[in-house]
Design a protein around this ligand. Sequence first.
Ligand SMILES: *Cc1c(COP(=O)(O)O)cnc(C)c1O
Length: 224
Amino acid sequence: MAIVENIRFIEKEIEGKGVTLVAVSKTKPVEMLMEAYNAGFMRFGENYVQELVDKHEAMPKDIEWHFIGHLQSNKVKYIAPFVSLIHSVDSLKLLQEINKQATKNNRVIDCLLQIYIAEEDTKSGMSEEECLEILKTETLEKLPNVRIVGLMGMTTLTDDEAQIRKEFKKLCEFFKELRPQKADRSEFSTLSMGMSGDYAIAIDEGSTMIRVGSKIFGGRIYQK
Ligand SMILES: *Cc1c(COP(=O)(O)O)cnc(C)c1O
């Protein structure tokens, strides 16, 4: 019950702001997701391929599944038949594989390019230069079965609100820079940024999609 209340609370906060909520359900059992589903919520985010595949199999087929974690090329084939949006495309090579698997499944798969915005050293995401390279018409023409619908970014893990705001602002500026160039492709409209601890700041700075886990489902316990 608390799960549904948490979702309703966040939905109320984002009402009228043009922001979509993705409930990040990683590590949580199907029963918890079903509580949300039975209350009418059907958009979940997962970051492990096997877990996503298992949950997709176990749950109703009208759910919108988002993949938000680091994706290895050799695992794309498992999620390509059903995934709604891949938030975490971090290389051209990965995008090419998604295009290949989407073609096999007769689908066009929506993707976000994950941009590296944090100051800390992390392997996830690409630079703005790499992103521009991918968005070139010549590159995209060879990838007809993927549709780049926007960008995703994660900030430095810090309590420094000014730092977080700065990083979100930077990503949003880049997003806005790209949009006019893609005026013919109105689908470039998603800016996925903001998690449990920082989604209010992210929305302030232009987010259109927030990925909220612990604030809905409670903290996660990871087994070592
Ligand atoms: C786990 C995760 C989230 C959600 O994190 P919370 O702090 O629990 O809201 C969002 N985005 C990504 C990419 C994640 O891996």
